[in-house]
Design a protein around this ligand. Structure first.
Ligand code: HEC
Length: 133
C-alpha cells in the first residue's frame, strides 16, 4: 500500500513538472478561480478571460492584427469559411488550417489547453467566433 502511495506522489510531481515546462506563458496565472466559472457568464466572456488570463493566448494573438500568431479575426473567418473545429484543434485532435508553417509555435500551448475542461475550450472557441468580422 505504501508503495502505491509513493508512486502516486512521484507521478503527480512528474505530471505537474511536465505541464510547467510545456505550457508557454503559464506563469501568468490569472485571478480566475479555477473550476468555478460564474454560472450566468456568457461563454464568450469566459473565453475572453481565459484568452487574456490563464491561457495567455493574447501573448501571440491580437484581435485585429497579426503578431506572433494570426489575429483572432483571421482565425475566426478561416474557421468559419472552412468549417473547422477550434475545440478539436486546441485539444491537439485536428490539423492546423490557418498557418500550418507556424504550427510548431502554436503547438507549445497544447500542454496548457489539453488540461482545460471542455467548457473552457468551448468558451475559447466562442470568444474567437465572437470576433469574426
Ligand atoms: C507562443 C505564441 C502563441 C500562443 C501563446 C498561442 N498561440 Fe495560437 N497560434 C500561434 C501561431 C504562431 C499560430 C499559427 C500556426 C497555426 O496556424 O497553427 C497559431 C494558431 C492558432 C489557431 C489556428 C490554428 C490553425 O488551424 O491553423 C488557433 C485556433 C489558436 N492559435 C488558438 C490559440 C489559443 C486558444 C491560445 C491560448 C490557449 C493560443 N492560440 C496561444 C501562436 C501562439
Amino acid at each position: 500500500m505504501k508503495k502505491i502511495i509513493i508512486c502516486a506522489f512521484v507521478l503527480l510531481a512528474f505530471a505537474c513538472k511536465k505541464q510547467e515546462t510545456e505550457s508557454f506563458g503559464a506563469a501568468v496565472d490569472s485571478e480566475i478561480s479555477e473550476g468555478m466559472p460564474a454560472k450566468d457568464q456568457a461563454p464568450e466572456e469566459l473565453g475572453k478571460q481565459i484568452f487574456e488570463g490563464k491561457g495567455n493566448c493574447v501573448a501571440c494573438h491580437q484581435v485585429d492584427q497579426k503578431v506572433v500568431g494570426p489575429s483572432i479575426q483571421e482565425i475566426a473567418s478561416i474557421y468559419k469559411a472552412k468549417g473547422g473545429d477550434i475545440v478539436a484543434f486546441i485539444k491537439d485532435d485536428a490539423k492546423p488550417i490557418v498557418d500550418p508553417s507556424q504550427y510548431e509555435v502554436m503547438k507549445t500551448n497544447f500542454g496548457l489547453t489539453k488540461a482545460m475542461s471542455v467548457e473552457e475550450l468551448k468558451a475559447l472557441e466562442a470568444y474567437i467566433y465572437s470576433n469574426a468580422k
